[in-house]
Write a protein that binds this ligand. Sequence first.
Ligand SMILES: [Zn+2]
Ligand SMILES: [Zn+2]
Length: 332
Amino acid sequence: MSSPQSNEHKVDASWIGWFVGMIGNEFVCRVPIDFIENKFNLTGLEYFKETLDVVLEPLFDRSVAWVSGYEEKLYCMIHARYIVSARGLEDMRLKYERGDFGSCPRFYCKEQKTLPVGLSDNQSNEHKVDASWIGWFVGMIGNEFVCRVPIDFIENKFNLTGLEYFKETLDVVLEPLFDRSVAWVSGYEEKLYCMIHARYIVSARGLEDMRLKYERGDFGSCPRFYCKEQKTLPVGLSDKWGQSTVKIYCPSCKDVFRPKYRPKLDGAMFGTSFPHLFFMEFPMLKPQPPVEKYVPRLHGFRLHESALMPLESSETLTEDIGSTSSPSSFPN
Ligand SMILES: [Zn+2]
Ligand SMILES: [Zn+2]
């Protein structure tokens, strides 16, 4: 019955149905009425009877004046209790398997599904648009990471040493009045521009341009909660064209992530060395490593490492302990 990534929120007339169905509330679990009506589950919570009545309201009308704003808080406190109950864990498992909580943006986690613990962030993007090919390319949605390489840098043949390209391709890249519908666009322009771009951003001027983009937040911020929205830099996992798309590097946790908006840009246009050259050039911009680290807890107690291991490895562990009499069956 479960289809991947489908958010089918049942919309009904109840307050809970409205709250669970709200855009942005995909993480929220539907707490059954009987769980809320069981006074035992509300032990220790402070609330007005009227607030509880709104939460339990089967025919909720948003325009009605008796909505106090406390409903959300009350529901959330009950929600926190429900999702660790047997039924709630089962509901959350369904949501987890359906992908309701999204997936890990860390590149090396390979889209591992996540569980909710954190908050989301905002990001602003502004793109300049002009009539040139470069203006068009830099202004394209999804190309916010791309730096505008100055014409004189491209026209300097020294900067193109070793690059293979057709003169026609270079002419398109340098075109001041670019018309997308024109037939002479070969598709090689992007590759040529990207290879020049990789050289430009490690030049003195290019590093300065990238610093402006970095400080403006063009490259987004680290998705790790404890990195506190540390600004990131683009990085390639290869210097060769066509190997992988651009990733972002967080200078605080020193890890790489998938960019939030998944640009289709080739990683080679930034290269593997860029963030490191950047911080060699601007050491004063280097942030401190994160002070806090996520500690898994169950009802306030730290979890033992083994509780966090995947099932197979804990089985292997048990087997290992049980078979100490015959260590020969476990070659190293
Ligand atoms: Zn991960
Ligand atoms: Zn980070």
